[in-house]
Design a protein around this ligand. Structure first.
Ligand code: TRP
Length: 469
């Protein structure tokens, strides 16, 4: 065995703690807010199927690769990539991959925090009984009153960023590690409860058919890219978040087993959310393609009509805030770790600096829903005809930066790093499991990402093969 590195930032107390933290990172707004609304916009079933395939053949192998690189490098993604490139005798400019991750983290968190702010606002709306007996129109006007008011959005965004900075400043171990332990199971319980409501009161049949009947004529190349991008987004892959979490992972934990556990839990949460939301959408004559407001305009109807709805509604939005919180910290941890390593800052200084930068970027999203709602800077491109700054930020990060980041992580792990090194770090023996992993990251991931990119730019058209036309 080669000499092992240790992290200056400390490590998780156990394998379980890592699984909890990484699950906390993965399970977030992506599962409950984003997945249902993008599935709704892209026709449901076929989109969901593409997403599930991407999780299985791209997501899990890339997660293993990220954790492996992180644990071997034991530093921020920037320094980890530099160290590992050196170890493999490769170009030190691989550290740029870490920089791209830091940039991606800032951009994602800038809008993520604004949406988390909606969830915070909804805690109080649910708690005060505002949803009791509410109609679809009623909840739409509650939602619109919130997002069209820049001051309120700014206030909630600020509160959420402060919450994030506080936890990151204190180090992940004492606060969040404990929180996920209760949060993830509690979230499961509430989602199952919501499924009970959807089954009793919603159009459960229609909802499930929408979600699981794969009709490929309803999805186009752009939809396939969005499904793939979301597989990266929901598992927190492609920008170093899982890499930095992996850098705090104890020596003998199984990377394959933890990665699979995290991915399965994450996928279950997303599917349960979809199965709760679409029956309510159809039963109330709402539009599945309503966009980012979808869950904020459907779930309150369920809470408003079930016994104990005010209590469960409040609890649900509290848990959603927690889910977003445990994700947000993983989005700036790479930057914070780097500031501590290379700029000699304390964690407190680093967290404040990173948080303030993100907060400023967040203004772009805050104004996208009100003052600048009509500003469509890329309207000259058909796909972006209706895209606000928020939509563009989301598209750029989730659908372009993350898959590209994932592509380069795959190339590094399977082509640049020595086979013996990955074999040693994954520590699963040189059997069929290791070989399958290596085959997937070596060939399948890079080819899949490239085909999907080329397909969207119109250079290759495999839509016809799928019957999408
Ligand atoms: N996975 C989180 C979610 O689904 C969001 C997230 C956290 C993330 N860290 C990330 C997305 C890193 C991409 C990269 O809500």
């Amino acid at each position: 065995m080669s000499a092992r590195r240790t992290s200056i930032h400390g490590s998780w107390s156990s394998r379980l703690a890592f699984v909890l933290a990484a699950t906390g990172s993965a399970v977030g707004l992506g599962n409950i807010w984003k997945f249902p609304y993008i599935a709704g916009e892209h026709g449901g079933g076929a989109f969901v199927l593409v997403y599930l395939v991407c999780i299985a053949i791209i997501g899990i192998p890339i997660m293993m690769a990220e954790v492996m690189l992180g644990r071997r490098g034991r530093q921020s993604p920037i320094n980890t990539m530099r160290t590992l490139a050196q170890e493999a005798g490769a170009d030190p400019r691989w550290s740029w991959l870490g920089w791209a991750g830091v940039a991606g983290g800032f951009l994602i968190l800038s809008y993520y925090s604004v949406i988390a702010g909606w969830a915070l606002a909804y805690v109080f709306r649910a708690g005060s009984g505002m949803f009791t007996g509410v109609t679809a129109d009623g909840v739409a006007s509650i939602f619109n009153a919130l997002v069209t008011d820049p001051e309120r959005l700014l206030a909630w965004h600020t509160i959420f960023m402060v919450m994030t900075m506080i936890v990151v400043a204190r180090g992940v171990r004492s606060g969040l590690e404990q929180a996920v332990r209760y949060m993830v199971p509690a979230l499961f319980v509430i989602l199952i409860l919501l499924n009970g409501y959807a089954l009793a009161e919603g159009s459960y049949d229609l909802g499930l058919r929408f979600l699981f009947d794969a009709d490929f004529s309803k999805i186009d190349a752009n939809g396939i890219l969005i499904a793939m991008g979301h597989a990266f987004f929901t598992l927190s892959l492609g920008m170093g978040a899982i890499m930095v979490y992996g850098s705090y992972l104890p020596e003998h934990a199984s990377i394959a087993r933890t990665s699979i556990t995290i991915s399965v839990l994450d996928t279950l949460v997303a599917l349960l959310a979809g199965m709760a939301i679409f029956p309510i959408v159809f039963a109330n004559g709402l539009e599945p393609g309503a966009g980012p407001g979808l869950i904020f305009q459907t779930l309150p109807i369920a809470f408003g009509h079930m016994t104990g709805g005010a209590l469960f509604g409040t609890l649900f939005f509290v848990l959603l805030v927690f889910a977003a919180w445990t994700s947000a910290i993983s989005l700036i941890e790479p930057a914070v770790a780097w500031l501590v390593e290379n700029r000699g800052m304390t964690r407190v200084h680093a967290s404040v600096l990173a948080g303030v930068v993100t907060w400023v970027f967040g203004l772009l999203t805050v104004f996208s829903f009100n003052l600048w709602a009509d500003f469509k800077p890329m309207a000259w491109l058909e796909v972006f005809r209706d895209a606000t700054l928020f939509d563009l930020l989301d598209y750029l990060t989730a659908n372009i930066m993350l898959p590209l980041g994932g592509l380069f992580i795959a190339l590094f792990a399977a082509w640049v790093m020595k086979r013996d090194d990955s074999l040693e770090e994954l520590d699963m023996g040189d059997g069929p499991a290791y070989r399958l992993w290596r085959f997937l990251v070596r060939y399948v991931t890079p080819v899949a990402v490239l085909i999907v990119f080329l397909n969207v730019t119109g250079l290759v058209d495999f839509g016809h093969l799928l019957g999408a036309g």
